[in-house]
Write a protein that binds this ligand. Structure first.
Ligand code: B1M
Length: 210
């Protein structure tokens, strides 16, 4: 019997070995990878976020929890496949300048890869000019911007502005996402799309290149 609470507790306690063991046990019990991700890992990370906000967890602990989650995401990655293909689509993804959060962005990247897209994951703290350079170099059809901080959301607009200034706006679709981002914000800054989670981001990206 899979206990998602135990996974959440192991994540909050930064107990990587226990968390990996629980994830592997759940897979042995044929629990779908997407349920482990959503009900175990992402739900656990939400608790970490609450504790961080209340001062009950500090940055080094949050980083350890993030590393433990990252290891489990690597285990789940091959099992999160989506068999509808969007082959040939070239996607660039990165977390905007000033923002170091990468777990959600990596999940989006993974789901898009699973959907058959070629994803160039630029990493975190990516400057607008670097997105522009990579759009040109990779001849991207979609650029995905992630932000987890309210303070870095304006950098999404600055990145879109840089894409416009470079004369590339007509050839690339822009998707935005991350916990504080909303459809209204996406509309306001002139993005082509927003998705609230990694699965819907991959599905939406497919509609953009269809
Ligand atoms: Co940060 N942090 N953090 N942090 N951190 C938050 C975001 C926060 C909400 C915590 C809190 O206070 N409750 C808060 C932001 C508050 C705000 O802006 N209003 C916060 C803060 C304040 C900070 C610092 C400023 C703390 C400090 O230094 N005093 C600092 C900033 C550093 C920086 O970026 N410059 C900081 C640092 C860190 C760590 C480095 C310690 C670590 C990140 C490690 C890493 O990513 N490798 C960290 C973490 C782990 C978090 C929380 C706890 C968890 C984030 C996460 O990974 N969630 C977070 C609290 C929370 O979110 N509950 C918090 C799991 C992940 C799967 O979800 O990233 O939302 P998420 O991604 C989802 C969707 O949003 C969506 O799909 C994903 C999967 O479904 N999505 C997209 C994401 N990108 C998308 C793109 C798309 C579409 C969908 O299209 C392009």
């Amino acid at each position: 019997m899979t206990d998602f609470n135990a996974m959440q507790n192991a994540l909050v306690n930064c107990d990587k070995d226990k968390l990996v063991g629980l994830v592997n046990d759940a897979l042995t019990d044929n629990i779908p990878a997407v349920d482990i991700l959503n009900q175990g890992l992402i739900a656990g990370m939400d608790i970490v976020g609450d504790k961080m906000e209340n001062g009950d967890m500090f940055i080094p602990e949050v980083l350890m929890a993030a590393q433990a989650m990252g290891e489990c995401v690597t285990i789940l990655k091959p099992l999160l496949g989506d068999d509808e293909a969007a082959q040939g689509s070239n996607v660039i993804i990165g977390t905007v300048k000033g923002d170091l959060h990468d777990i959600g962005k990596n999940l989006v990247s993974m789901m898009m890869e699973s959907a058959g897209m070629t994803v160039h994951n630029l990493g975190v703290d990516i400057k607008p000019e670097d997105f522009v350079a990579q759009i040109k170099e990779k001849n991207a059809q979609i650029v995905c911007l992630s932000a987890l901080l309210t303070t870095t959301m304006p950098m999404m607009k600055q990145t879109i502005d840089a894409i416009v200034e470079a004369g590339l706006r007509d050839q690339v679709k822009v998707m935005v996402g991350g916990a504080p981002v909303t459809q209204a914000f996406a509309d306001e800054i002139g993005a082509d799309g927003f998705a609230p989670d990694a699965g819907s981001a991959a599905r939406f990206a497919k509609t953009l290149v269809a």
